[in-house]
Design a protein around this ligand. Sequence first.
Ligand code: ASP
Length: 611
Amino acid sequence: MYSQAQRNPYRTHAAGELREENVGERVRLAGWVHRRRDHGGLIFIDLRDRWGLAQVTFHPEQAEVFSGAEQLRPEWSISVEGEVVRRPQGNENPDLPTGAIEVEATDLSVLNPSETPPFEIERDRPVDETLRLKYRYLDLRRERMKETILFRHRVVKRMRDYLDERGFLEIETPLLTASTPEGARDYLVPARLYPGQFYALPQSPQQFKQLLMVAGFERYFQVARALRDEDQRGDRQPEHTQLDLEMSYATQDEILDLVEGLYTGIVEDLTHKRLLQSPFPRLTYAEAMARFGTDKPDIRFGLELTDVSELARNAEFKVFRGAVEAGGSVRGIAVGGLESLSRRQIDELAAVAATGGARGLAWLKLEGSALNGPIAKFFSEEEGAALREAFGVAEGDYMFFVADNDPVVFESLSRLRLHFRDRLGLADPDVLGLCWVTDFPMFEWNEDEARVEPMHHMFTMPREEDLPLLETDPLKVVGQLYDLVANGTELASGSIRIHRPELQQKVFDVIGIGPEEAQRRFGAILTAFRYGAPPHGGIAPGVDRLIMVLRDQPNIREVMAFPKTQAARDEMMDAPGPVTEDQLKELHIALRRPPEGEPGSNPATRPGEAN
Ligand code: ASP
């Protein structure tokens, strides 16, 4: 609600809040000319402020004001005074909260005229995104964008209130600090006072929040910026916002329940969406992979994977048998409700599976009592019956199979599953299928760099019973890790942390960080753990992605006030940009530009552009 505490020269009321109760009052309004219409000798202005729209009428009898109104153009900033009157019968607009009234202007002042905006503010038409980002302050004037920013405020306020009520303290942690790795590159800031040395911007407040537990605050949160210099693939931003939180003496279930309570409240009270299931289902990583082929499952629809490796092991069909013999698997999904697929359509499905690495897509179709398709001839009647039973297929259903190593099988079938979701409209967009995925492997094998990497981050506590495996078979170790997933999108990741220095070093050892390097890079936390560090754990729900999912936005740029482009540029502020020789000198920096003709050799051009 707009409230006017003092006399104000620009306005007495918010335009969007005028109602029938105000009829008869003299008011002053300030805002933008949203729309101007000249009608039967009258001029109508829709005046827009943050609170909404009000119609202002200018009568020719008020000669001076009327001629002023004739000059007005969209997006001029004006202040008008007048009387609130009931709209003439038949002219009410039931779609507008202020639609029963209008203001008859008796005074008009132009606060600031406007150039013609580069795109329409008044209507929600598609506009080139680079143009929108260059003039973001105008883009944000548009209704849809404004609503998103207001919604985001309400969600973040709810987060703060919820955690405050439960004894969490909001504590800020530094932006200029040493590196906290979360799997991305650091953004570095040269330290003027220390030639040749750099601060790192935090990839997350991870180490600080753990140190706050050692400091004894027990329950911490922060609406924190995470800065990650990632290769710009997919829907990423150099900076994003997390609801970062940490608790001492917490169990995994407590943290999951805490976040679940918060999200349930947000969805039920602040959106029109419905929760698919409450409490949210909790799947282990192994279960999520086996059923959905991914650790970010969209659980709103079926088409779950069926493992037929055992049957395939003895099958005559060489591709199936070969995959199992090589240590892989054969799995598939059954899909009903498809028309008879043409050769070309099957090829298209194979192309979808290929994006996950599959080298082919085998299929069978149940017609009458027979399984048909190019590979049908390889299966005996018995095997056919076993397949039908495993998939539970009905007349006309297709079965699609991928035979390969497990990662390829999972990724390909998961993509195929999502393809059918969209094609057959299997998931209700107004339903939120929230679920937890737990018990992730601690480590994964980085094929390119031929080394073991932490799956989440290196501060995660292994499962108690897996501790001996750290030395013998680290890739088998399961971590006390959990992710919150909504409709196939990861919304939050967290873990129970290590709180003892010896164990932390053991984990560092697995990923190739010896004691000396560990001391150099993570000395503070290793030392802190020697002073009675309490057991603790936490999580960091992503704010941008949550807003995106709740408001059905296609990417996270739509839910940030000032995002960067996909090429990591700020088009509005023209950043990044060159600095002066003097600045570089002060920082003790000499530039080493790539050789003439290579990308980046000319500082005036942007990545991807020719020099
Ligand atoms: N720091 C982690 C991240 O940014 C979240 C957490 O473990 O709390 O992903």
